[in-house]
Ligand binder design. Structure first.
Ligand SMILES: C[S@@+](CC[C@H](N)C(=O)[O-])C[C@H]1O[C@@H](n2cnc3c(N)ncnc32)[C@H](O)[C@@H]1O
Length: 298
């Protein structure tokens, strides 16, 4: 029976049909979360939150075609965040696109830990800042902080500056953006011995390790790979942390799950105490923390 002969309550909503078909298409393309991505793309086209998708029936003029294009691009493994132009991270919606690493949900846990150990009014350094996900979250959630974000890559710096210029709340302290190599002993040398908290999500995948098409095609290689053992940035960052942190200050550094043995060893060898490895929500060892004890009184 043609839809025109059905009562209104029997007309199948165009949006729900399109989302179901898109989810099936994305699943066939190997997308990890096909239904969620199909819904988020539809919500993007409709200009509504995903939670309101269930009550949407029809796309606006041109919307169905636009949705088809976006689903096609996602099936070709363009990252969802590039298609919608932003990535959620804790309370923030960060601008992302070509040339910058898309922040990952597991990194939110490093921020949880950081907020728990940070003293009042801390000086916080985020090395390898990318979009500024860590730095901007700390500034937003700990308004009395001084937060400095260090990034080396020119394209990533553009995204970082763009995100840093759009503070979420007027009470958020401005994040200071520094264009520098996090592994250079001269970077932030004027802060040596004063930093309360040093956070870092560096590149850490061993060169040549297999990664998802979204990563190989869209995350900048310099944001992902770090030498044959994946430790080419982590090693010098730990050395830099020893100098930057005040006595009793904390380092939190994200790493690959295969580094759950070596990174704590590197921290202990550098003089850190209270060294712990923390798991992500899937139970994988994901970041390592330690306290700089070198100058603490006995
Ligand atoms: C894995 S991404 C993490 C970005 C961001 N911290 C996050 O959690 O979403 C690593 C970032 O470190 C930057 N980077 C790599 N080597 C660097 C270095 N030696 N100094 C400063 N930044 C570096 C890359 O450009 C990239 O933006």
């Amino acid at each position: 029976m043609p839809q025109s002969q059905l009562r209104p309550e029997e007309v199948r909503p165009e949006v729900q049909d399109a989302v179901a078909a898109a989810a099936a298409r994305l699943a066939r393309a190997g997308v990890a979360s096909p239904r969620v991505d199909a819904e988020l793309l539809a919500a993007h086209v409709l200009g509504v939150d995903r939670g309101r998708l269930a009550i949407q029936r029809r796309f606006p003029a041109g919307g169905a075609d636009r949705y088809g294009e976006l689903v096609g691009a996602r099936a070709a493994r363009v990252p969802l965040q590039h298609l919608v132009g932003s990535a959620p991270f804790r309370y923030l919606e960060l601008a992302v696109g070509p040339g910058v690493f898309i922040p990952r949900p597991e990194t939110e846990l490093l921020v949880d830990w950081a907020l728990a150990v940070a003293p009042g009014g801390p000086t916080v350094v985020d090395l390898c800042s990318g979009t500024g996900a860590i730095a901007l979250s700390v500034a937003h959630e700990r308004p009395g902080s001084r937060v400095i974000a260090v990034e080396a890559d020119a394209q990533a710096l553009e995204w970082l500056r763009r995100n840093a210029s759009g503070r979420v709340a007027s009470s958020d302290p401005p994040v200071e953006v520094v264009a520098a190599d996090a592994t250079d002993p001269q970077t932030l040398v004027e802060l040596d011995g004063t930093v309360d908290l040093l956070l870092c999500n560096p590149p850490y995948i061993p060169d040549g390790a297999p990664v998802a098409p979204e990563v190989s095609g869209y995350d900048p290689p310099g944001a992902v790979f770090a030498g044959p053992d994946g430790l080419a940035v982590i090693r010098p960052v730990i050395g830099r942390a020893v100098r930057l942190l005040r006595s009793g200050g904390w380092l939190g550094i994200e790493h690959h799950e295969s580094h759950a043995g070596v990174v704590p060893e590197l921290l202990r060898a550098a003089g850190f105490g209270q060294v712990s490895v923390h798991a992500d929500l899937a139970g994988r060892p994901r970041y390592c923390t330690g306290q700089h004890l070198a100058h603490l009184p006995p």
